[in-house]
Design a protein around this ligand. Structure first.
Ligand code: FAD
Ligand code: NAD
Length: 533
């Protein structure tokens, strides 16, 4: 209809316009063809934009106006007991579970000291303001409210688990709402993540900032801005000024490397405009104990990244292991010469990996060293069941240890989804068992038992699908080592950066997050990053 209307209008226009002969030598027919093509292009672009805006508006409305939820009850309408799943944590593993689980089949309770989900892949972008903190978090309440069945939430920390009584002891994190209580569970899912490791190196916990949570990002920003302002008051040749403008990142894993790259971008692209002289004095160092940064990537990508870092004036200190830290200096051992190098710093960011949280350690201890014998986390089997508490406690994500599975969001996400499929099957088994209790004839019981066997066989082992790794390396460049269905591809550069952006945008947990992150990127592109605290 639209096309017909346009061609009718065009005909009307021709009718009212005086016929002007085409100038000699000009190609009238090709001109009108180009005009028609231009009009059609405009028409489709307008239509596409309209559809896109309409879709996003509807999806945002749908997301912010959740449907009615089925309330929690002690029993189902048939009289069978509704079991309780207590989920610890609101990170990648737990939220993936919540999003995939049929919450009408269980009474679901979430316990987490953090009342939001944090999209960690973009956390290194936040201290320098490439992305705003609020853009990468999603409230637990929104996630819980969007589930089909009611999900209860405690803003609390799990302190210990009584595996015999099947209870978890929790303590609120709010001083205004101080309580401690025991929550009973039929199934407990431990998804408490991990905490940054310091390897017990003296001074690290006291003087460095980590990059794991939102307050960490705020702390780093504050320290950077304060250091810059303090340095600005000192004369140029003052060694204290040099120290204050030395920003050191320890740990050349993806967290450290991505943050160093973001920091370099901020200094080169934004601070250089507002404090041109001072910005040239800023020194960014990345200290790594092994011979390479980003060890999880292919050798060619590692070399590409290291080269880019050197060009971008990030001082790479490889084969350099930090041994001690005090208020102003890092003491690091060169692994070739075994000499100790003193590295003065103004801001120190520590990113050397993970260690188990106290609640995980407590659980390991209570299950005993025969079952829980890894220092890396809670030992689980290939069905995510906790060794020593099979059938009632599951562990997913960074808090869990299973050989070959690494502490990444990708693993945690897939584990959470897998566990939801397990719970769905366990619910069907429970319903068949309940039907057996009230069955009148033996043949019905036999049939149900056969079904139970079939479902049990369908509870597959967890299979992890590795889709690859991505990392931002600065200067609008990224590296990608992706694999899909046996096909693998490695790339680096500006186009990979666009892929990195679209991949992370696609992975954001809500449309609200996607829109906010896209707007943040657009804002940085047009007006740059902000230099206030
Ligand atoms: P988390 O996401 O850490 O969540 C743990 C949850 O448990 C939190 O809600 C926490 O508040 C809660 N909790 C803590 N203690 C308790 C307690 N006692 N009781 C109850 N709840 C508790 N991985 C990738 O695959 N790709 C990436 O690009 C990537 N980028 C990253 C960038 C950074 C800066 C960091 C730090 C990590 C990154 N990771 C990435 C790793 C990824 O974030 C983790 O593997 C992932 O978060 C693990 O998910 P999780 O659910 O186990 O733990
Ligand atoms: P990591 O374990 O990946 O890297 C830590 C690095 O610190 C290692 O290279 C180690 O050699 C180094 N190190 C340890 N002690 C040191 C010392 N005393 N001095 C100098 N260097 C030292 O840690 P991470 O980067 O925090 O990542 C944690 C997890 O999160 C990993 O599983 C990682 O894959 C995942 N992650 C992934 C991405 C991504 O995919 N883009 C981003 C961030 C984190």
């Amino acid at each position: 209809t639209a096309r017909r209307q346009i061609s009718v209008s065009a005909r009307c226009l021709q009718a009212v316009q005086p016929a002007t002969p085409a100038p000699k030598g000009s190609n009238g027919s090709s001109g009108s063809r180009a005009g028609r093509a231009g009009k059609a292009l405009l028409k489709y672009a307008a239509l596409g934009t309209l559809c896109g805006v309409g879709y996003v508006s509807y999806a945002l409305w749908r997301e912010t106006n959740p449907r009615e939820q089925q309330p929690q009850t002690a029993t189902f309408p048939n009289g069978s007991r509704r079991k309780t799943i207590v989920v610890l944590g609101s990170g990648w593993g737990s939220v993936s579970l919540l999003k995939s689980l049929d919450t009408t089949q269980y009474n679901v309770v979430v316990v987490s000291p953090r009342n939001y989900f944090l999209f960690t892949p973009l956390l290194p972008s936040t201290p320098v303001g490439t992305v705003e903190l609020k853009s990468i978090i999603e409230p637990v309440r929104s996630i819980a409210r969007r589930a089909a069945g009611e999900v209860k939430y405690y803003e609390a920390e799990a302190l210990s688990v009584d595996t015999g009584a099947k209870t978890v002891h929790v303590k609120s994190v709010s001083e205004e709402n101080d309580y401690e209580t025991d929550l009973a569970y039929d199934y407990l899912v431990v998804g408490v993540g991990a905490q940054p490791t310091t390897f017990g190196i003296p001074g690290v916990a006291q003087y460095s900032s980590f990059l794991k949570e939102i307050p960490d990002a705020q702390d780093i920003r504050l320290k950077i801005m304060n250091s810059i302002e303090k340095a600005a008051l000192l004369p140029k040749d003052d060694p204290e000024r040099e120290r204050l403008l030395s920003f050191v990142v320890v740990g050349g894993g993806p967290t450290g490397a991505e943050f160093a790259a973001e920091l370099r971008d901020y200094v080169n692209q934004d601070l250089s405009k507002w404090m041109p002289a001072l910005s040239k004095e800023i020194k960014i160092s990345l200290v790594e104990a092994t011979p390479h940064i980003l060890a999880m990537f292919d050798k060619s990508l590692i070399e590409y990244s290291q080269e880019l870092f050197k060009k971008g004036k990030i001082d790479l200190k490889l084969k350099t292991a930090v041994k001690e830290v005090d208020a102003t200096t890092i003491y690091a051992e060169n692994r070739d010469t075994h000499t100790i190098e003193k590295i003065p710093y103004g801001v120190l960011v520590w990113a050397t990996g993970n260690a188990p949280r106290p609640v995980s350690k407590d659980l390991m201890q209570s299950l005993g060293p025969e079952k829980q014998n890894s220092r890396r986390g809670l030992v689980i089997n290939d069905r995510m069941e906790l060794a020593g508490a099979e059938g009632s406690i599951y562990a997913i994500g960074d808090c869990a240890f299973y050989p070959g599975l690494f502490p990444t969001a990708q693993v945690a996400h897939q584990e959470g989804h897998y566990l939801a499929t397990v719970f769905e099957k366990l619910h069907r088994i429970d319903q068949l068992k309940f039907a057996n209790e009230t069955a009148q004839d033996a043949s019905r019981v036999q049939q149900n038992n056969a079904k139970i066997d079939k479902i049990n066989k369908k509870i597959d082992k967890f299979h992890y699908h590795h889709y690859g790794s991505l990392a931002y390396i600065g200067n609008e460049q990224a590296i990608a080592d992706v694999s899909f269905n046996g096909y693998s591809h490695k790339s680096a550069g500006a186009v990979t950066f666009l892929f990195w952006k679209s991949a992370y945008l696609g992975m954001c947990v809500s449309l609200r997050n996607k829109v906010l992150v896209a707007l943040d990127w657009a804002k940085v592109w047009f007006i740059g990053r902000d230099s206030s605290v």
